[in-house]
Design a protein. Structure first.
Length: 476
């Protein structure tokens, strides 16, 4: 028997992305009989066509950008010509090799995850799964197929992810009109890529392809790129984009994208036509929840098709859980993993401490990166929470000066009374690493004095965190 149940609990996980993987592994470690159903490969879209390959591409772009800006630090590259005069070499990017490498890394990561599940005793089935009521799952080789197997389940954890949203008049062809999952078949750096959508995905790819050498036009339907993010951070990124030579079309809504031979034309709502060699449609995503039996099982959904879940990822049906991008929560791989573990622990009666979305650290992999955690400045200005804001430009940091960093800042939010850290924003190279001290402070309710008392290396970028915390010290 396992954990007081009369028999081993049967857990079926639909989808092997970060959430499904974490759920299956956790359930197996707790002694459950676990079956994972995945149609493309363990790791799902996050590993195979989204997070892993995109961040690998962005890392390559950052390396290319570093070579281009090395002269600012006194590092110069020259070759000797036939005339014995030094000539500056041209930096070239072999996109075919870049894409080959990133897809290989994604495949290796998927294989590592699959091996970990197998070692834990998880049964992995390749196929399409859909619910058959609340206590069974049907597995077929194709969506809605008639040739299928049926597995009984005590608990079903749905982690089917999401797919790129498609506009009716901008249908991707996989060659010139692309979603972010189709970029990795390109053999050459696009001559001129039009990126439609200035959210996280659009901004990340726009910056990456500009660093790789593409002419880039970013079509933003809002007044500023990265709408919904910290306004100061978005301003920094937009300024960096424009200085790099990127064309940013603000307040411009794309209506159609049409291909003509080797060119693509994007038509805007005001009739303006923008022509380039490729277009990336980055206009959001939709959950993969249609036609998998959720409604028939009585699972409550949002208008957008996401599964409504509570803080332990449980849906309106007691034995069905929803985790990751298909659920109505933050669309982050880290959140999906935490949800998956939480769902497995809760379903199997283990101790559960629901996570607070306010404590989740998030990152945008532009150059510089934007990392955030906790309450926002907009929340403070709206009066949602009482707080104090302190912003320290990164250019004042001695290590930043040494590294040639001129863009970015550290911003800390603290309560007005106890000076407890309630949030923060870091805009800097590797902000995804730098945000962790503030994430710890928010999670454990540290005060700015607690943060300031910790020793930061001198010189270091983290020194700006302790400096900002010290500036928020309040003398009673």
């Amino acid at each position: 028997m396992a954990y007081g149940f009369e028999r081993t609990q049967r857990v079926v996980v639909l989808g092997g992305g970060p959430g499904g993987y974490a759920a299956a592994l956790s359930a197996a470690q707790l002694g459950a009989d676990v079956t994972l159903i995945e149609r493309t490969g363990v790791g799902g879209a996050a590993v195979l066509t989204d997070v892993v390959p995109s961040k690998t591409l962005i890392a390559t772009a950052a390396a290319a950008q570093g070579l281009n800006t090395a002269a600012d630090l006194g590092v110069q590259f020259f070759v000797r010509a036939n005339s014995e005069k030094a000539q500056r070499p041209e930096i070239a990017v072999n996109l075919a090799d870049v894409n080959k490498r990133l897809l290989l890394l994604a495949s290796e990561q998927s294989q590592d995850m699959s091996a970990a599940l197998t070692q834990a005793g998880v049964r992995i089935i390749s196929g399409h799964g859909r619910l058959d009521g609340t206590e069974a799952v049907i597995i077929s080789t194709a969506p809605g197929g008639t040739d299928f197997d049926r597995i009984e389940a005590d608990t079903v954890i749905v982690s089917v992810g999401a797919s790129p949203r498609i506009l009716p008049d901008a249908t991707p062809d996989g060659e010139r009109i692309l979603t972010w999952t189709q970029l990795y078949g390109l053999s050459q750096v696009p001559e001129h890529i039009i990126v439609v959508g200035s959210g996280v995905t659009g901004a990340e790819f726009a910056g990456a392809y500009r660093a790789l050498g593409s002419e880039v036009t970013l079509v933003s339907s809002r007044a500023q790129v990265l709408p919904g993010e910290d306004a100061d951070a978005a301003t920094v990124i937009e300024d960096v984009f424009r200085r790099s030579g990127m064309t940013v079309l603000s307040g411009a809504r794309a209506v159609t994208a049409e291909r003509s031979g080797e060119t693509v034309t994007v038509t805007l709502a005001d009739g303006t036509a923008v022509t380039g060699s490729h277009v990336l449609m980055a206009v959001g995503s939709i959950p993969n929840t249609a036609d998998i039996g959720l409604a028939e099982a009585g699972v409550e959904m949002t208008e957008s098709g996401h599964i409504r879940v509570n803080r332990v990822a449980r849906s309106s049906v007691l034995n069905i859980y929803g985790v990751g991008d298909c659920s109505a929560t933050m669309p982050l791989a880290s959140v999906a993993s935490m949800q998956g573990r939480t769902a497995a622990f809760h379903a199997l009666g283990d101790a559960v401490e629901p996570f607070d979305e306010l404590n989740v650290a998030a990152n945008i992999f532009t150059q510089p990166e934007i990392a955030t955690v906790g309450w926002t400045q907009a929340d403070i200005e709206a009066g949602t929470i009482r707080g104090t804001v302190y912003k320290l430009p990164l250019e004042k940091n001695p290590r930043a000066k040494m590294m040639g960093i001129t863009d970015g800042f550290v911003k800390i939010f603290a309560t007005t009374t106890s000076r407890t850290v309630i949030g923060g924003v870091i805009v800097a190279p590797n902000a995804s690493e730098l945000i962790f001290p503030l994430a710890l402070a928010v999670e454990h309710r540290l005060t700015v004095d607690d943060v300031a008392r910790a020793f930061a290396i001198y010189p270091s970028l983290t020194g700006s965190i302790t400096d900002a915390a010290r500036a928020l010290h309040k003398v009673d």
